[in-house]
Structure formats: C-alpha cells, structure tokens
Design a protein around this ligand. Sequence first.
Ligand code: DQA
Length: 175
Amino acid sequence: MPAGTAGGSGVRASFAEKEVMKILVVNGPNLNLLGTREIGIYGSETLGSLNERVRSKAAELGVEVVEFYQSNSEGELVSRIQKAGAEGVDGVVLNAAAYTHTSVALRDALAAVSVPFVEVHLSNVYGREPFRRHSYLSDVAVGVVAGFGGDSYLLGLEGLVKWLRRKRQNTDKPV
Ligand code: DQA
C-alpha cells in the first residue's frame, strides 16, 4: 500500500494521491473582446485562443480546468466565485479586469470562500494610469502576475499549482 494511504474498506486516497486538482479560470469585463480590443495594450490573441493555451498548460501540469468563465457583470462574477467555494474548486486564475480596481464586492466574495487565487493581468498595470495601480484583490491573492500578455495566465497557473502542491504536501520546498 503506498505510504500515506488509509487502509481498510472504503480506502481513502492520501493527500498526495487526491483526485486531480480543479482549477477555475475567471475573466472579467471586456475580456471577451480580446483580439480586437486595444490591440496595442492587450495584443491580438482572442480569449478563445488564450483559453486553449491555458488548457494545454493545465494538461502539462496535470491539473484540470473545470471551466473558463467570463462575465461583464460584477454580480455574476461574485456569484461564480461563491459557487467555486461550494463546488470544491482548488484554485482560481482570476483576471477581474476593471473590477480589480473598483470591486469591494468581488474582494469580499474571494475572502468569504477563501479559495486560493492568483491575480493575473495581460498588461503591466503598474506602468499605466495611476488608477490601475490599486487592486482590491492583490493582498488576499496568493500572488500577482502582470505584463506578460496571455503568458501572465500560464505563469500564474503554474505558480498557483506549485503553491497548492506545496500546501498539500505541507512543505516550503520546491515541488
Ligand atoms: C487588465 C487591466 C485592467 O486595468 C483593465 O481594466 C482590463 C484588463 C489586464 O489584463 O491588463 O480590462 O486586467
């Protein structure tokens, strides 16, 4: 029997063997327009193409993306985060777009469900207008990745998965 596995009937998986990690990807307002929206800032890749790249990266990392969710509505984003808490999502890759800088409601939802999340941005929000330098989410996030275009999502996903694995294995060592 592998170390750490509970014996007897109704064998339970050890932490290390627990079922595949479930990741939710959430995109906020106007990100449905990627590919045509302010290409000089956000690039020409569509959200569909970016989602495919994230899915490949997830497969490479051995995790499952349960859903790619996008909404232009603050309330719908709050409801989706609440649902993530109830459905056992392990982690969230979140680009809350403009709501990053305005939404106490989204922050409260993330704090309420306490599902670990990484905040990602395509653009370097710290090199743009001053109002983009403040985030209501960063201090409750596991980490933040900004400025690498669509690669911010891939880097964020990798960082989040490694963080979750370290947490599962209760170690601060690289995994
Ligand atoms: C963004 C940056 C936000 O300031 C902006 O409102 C967005 C996109 C990004 O990915 O760079 O809509 O989150």
